[in-house]
Design a protein around this ligand. Structure first.
Ligand SMILES: Cc1ncc(COP(=O)(O)O)c(C=O)c1O
Length: 411
């Protein structure tokens, strides 16, 4: 250390004028205590139900490696390493369109914009469709990072009540008449965090309200193919009433691997151009090599077979969690019975705050996400989100037993 330069640095840093303040939209964005506590769930021995993570041991590593090898070893390699179009890899879009069509959402390749994770789709839509102060209607509770995304766009979030069948269309109509929303955001299947699914009659009713009152409907559906019981429902975005205002967000994260950051956004033609320009400003295009590899994977691997094996494994894990909750949680605790997806939403009896219980749970080597962060309105602090996908049934039983003991002492 040179004392002269150190002294000069100290002097100059004392006399420096301060940097400008953060932008208003970022100023309120701080790390929360809960987030810091959840960082501790990485610790060895912790059975964490906190992260919304797919099971890594179930990733089709061999299939994906072969797909990357084919792309990098073949004639397409140099093109796949070059800049590419903003809309996305043509063959990938065609294959994704065929999958969506097969699920009851008739789609052409040109209807799709490939995104860097479906999370980017949320940002693109917020940027393209929401002026500051625009009203976005959301389920209560709902996906935290969607709330953050709409919040960063300066939108005003208004909650719509619902129950185990999803949002209540009558309440939606009343609130939409009053609030004049720009957009309704819905996680239609096995929602994050509640595990709830919007029923078919309610899909029709929601679409009718959107048609009558004229707002965009964004269906976010990363979990739809992870169904463990009951029949698949036709996507909300397929309702004819909202053909000109329904948006659909899909993701490779939960059926393939989230590290690839691959999602897709299906939109009406009227907003496709502006959304592409917004994406261009953000990242020019989603990784071309990753898109080419996933296109090759979809064309050759048995993705449906892979999803079937995920369903088998995850349904056993869900059952293990539901059985363990019934065995281990104090009387008066309630929880959802999800037909698919990754999450159980639980509520403790009485007037407790699950954020106060989290440090004690961590001390007992078990973790969950306190529910408050998922509420746009006034939070129900007695709630928690439990993810059942990342541990074996045996570990889940052990983890819920630990949680039951901690909760029993805390309430
Ligand atoms: C409802 C919902 N939407 C979007 C996402 C983002 O997923 P992706 O990995 O495709 O960006 C998630 C991830 O957990 C989610 O739960």
């Amino acid at each position: 250390v040179n004392p002269v330069t150190t002294l000069a640095w100290v002097t100059s840093s004392l006399t420096r004028t301060p940097t400008p303040a953060l932008a208003g939209r970022a100023a309120g964005v701080t790390s929360s205590l809960v987030r810091e506590l959840l960082a501790l769930t990485e610790r060895q021995g912790v059975i964490s139900f906190a992260g919304g993570l797919p099971a890594p041991e179930l990733f089709d590593v061999d299939g994906l490696r072969e797909a990357f090898d084919r792309v990098l070893g073949g004639a397409e390699a140099r093109r796949a390493l070059q800049y590419a179009t903003t809309e996305g890899h043509a063959i990938l879009r065609a294959l994704l369109a065929a999958r969506l069509t097969g699920r009851g959402l008739p789609t052409e390749a040109d209807d799709l914009l490939v995104t860097t994770g479906s999370q980017q789709g949320l940002t693109l839509v917020a940027t393209a469709l929401l002026d500051p102060g625009a009203v976005v209607l959301v389920e209560e509770p709902t996906y935290l990072a969607a709330l953050q995304c709409f919040g960063l766009a300066g939108a005003r979030l208004v909650t719509v009540p619902g129950d185990d069948d999803g949002i209540d269309p009558a309440a939606l109509e009343e609130i939409a008449r009053r609030e004049q929303p720009s957009l309704l955001y819905v996680v239609s299947n096995f929602a994050n965090p509640t595990g709830r699914t919007l029923t078919a009659p309610r899909r029709a009713a929601v679409a009718a309200v959107a048609e009558a009152l004229g707002f965009w409907v964004m269906e976010d559906d990363p979990y739809g193919e992870l169904r463990y019981r009951g029949a698949a429902l036709t996507p909300l975005a397929a309702r004819p009433e909202i053909a000109d205002r329904g948006l659909y967000l899909g993701s490779f994260s939960k059926i393939g691997a989230p590290g690839l950051r691959l999602g897709w956004l299906r939109t009406p033609g009227s907003i496709r151009g502006p959304l592409s320009v917004v994406k261009q400003a953000g990242d020019l295009h989603t990784s071309a090599i990753d898109q080419a590899a996933v296109a090759s994977y979809l064309a050759t691997a048995d993705l449906d077979g892979h999803i079937a094996s995920l369903r088998t494994a995850y349904s056993l894990r869900r059952d293990a969690m539901l059985e363990a909750l019934a065995r281990s949680m104090p009387v008066g605790t309630t929880w959802s019975q999800p037909d698919g997806g990754m999450f159980v939403w639980a509520r403790l009896p009485g007037d407790v705050d699950t954020a106060d219980i989290l440090p004690r749970a961590l001390a007992a080597d078990v973790a969950f996400v306190p529910g408050a962060a998922f509420f746009a309105g006034s939070p129900d602090r007695a709630t928690m989100r439990l993810s059942f996908t990342t541990h074996t049934p045996f570990e889940i039983a052990e983890g819920i037993e630990r949680l039951g003991r901690v909760v029993g002492q805390a309430i």
